[in-house]
Write a protein that binds this ligand. Sequence first.
Ligand code: AHG
Ligand code: MN
Ligand code: MN
Length: 345
Amino acid sequence: MFDADNLAQKYALDRDCTTLSRHVLQQLQSFSPDAQDLSALMNRIALAAKLIARRLSRAGLLEDALGFTGNVNVQGESVKKMDIFANEVFISVFKQSGLVCRLASEEMEKPYYIPENCPIGRYTLLYDPIDGSSNVDINLNVGSIFSIRQQEGIDIDGSAQDLLQNGRKQIAAGYVLYGPSTVLVYSIGKGVHAFTLDPSLGEFILSHENIQVPVHGPIYSVNEGNFWQWDEPLRDYIRYVHRHEGYTARYGGALVGDFHRILFQGGVFLYPGTVKKPEGKLRLLYESAPLAFLIEQAGGKASTGEKVLLDVVPNALHARTPLVIGSKEDVELVESFIRDTLKTL
Ligand code: AHG
Ligand code: MN
Ligand code: MN
């Protein structure tokens, strides 16, 4: 006999059982060592995310969780206590994992080696421990961004030459958004999937599978305070959206949050070069490239405005690049402004 209650319960149970590690194994349809590695890697990232989310959720009550450390990082930016905490969380969850030989982060000038992992650890983790740190002290959303690459050789001098390759070398990428819920979005090259942390279970549970970004969306997301520092084509694009119906501006000061909105609702995020910073602000290896990997998997596009982002080869670990990312048609519209100007030069 059909029993609607039973069916609903069974459905809820199925959903609650789709944890992150199970999902990775299902995606790879295998229990091969590589599949087990990826599943374990994602599990460790999930643990880091839970530790960071826990501290963020009580930060206002803790001593020494908020504010600046007084130091400046390799980017020339003032470091927050939360940046350091989150940076160390990733290191500590990968110690003794046997999985990751090297970690490279926004907060470390040179890669961090875990020598005991190196004979067997075949992966490098690149990450932005806290993205949008200006939001931290005022309890607005922040994120963590990660990218996993196969380890190619060991260079203890820290030059990390093998990392200076394009974004297609990534085998997995994603981010964690610390908002009203903690959400982890990832791809291993088989679509983009989102998991929501269920605090009562302490598990990330599948909430959106095979996310596709709309081909066009209403949102443009850019720091317009830099308007007079951009090149003319970018200014022309912004004038265009001002003069046409159907556009709306959203900018939260944390790339992860702004990107997440666009992934679900469509539109474009831009961080172009400025007079002071011709390459823009965002770092290729652990900010732009992982999000470009996701957006391509979701049917969208990412570019520098002139070049496909995943084809860009960095010249240094902390290299920056302009970023235009989001819905296919919206990214192409921005590119067309840039291309048309280049033609007339
Ligand atoms: P981070 O906190 O990791 O340095 O990244 C901040 C980035 C990014 O999250 C955001 O989109 C952008 O900086 C905001 O910069 P502006 O304040 O220049 O708009
Ligand atoms: Mn960042
Ligand atoms: Mn950061």
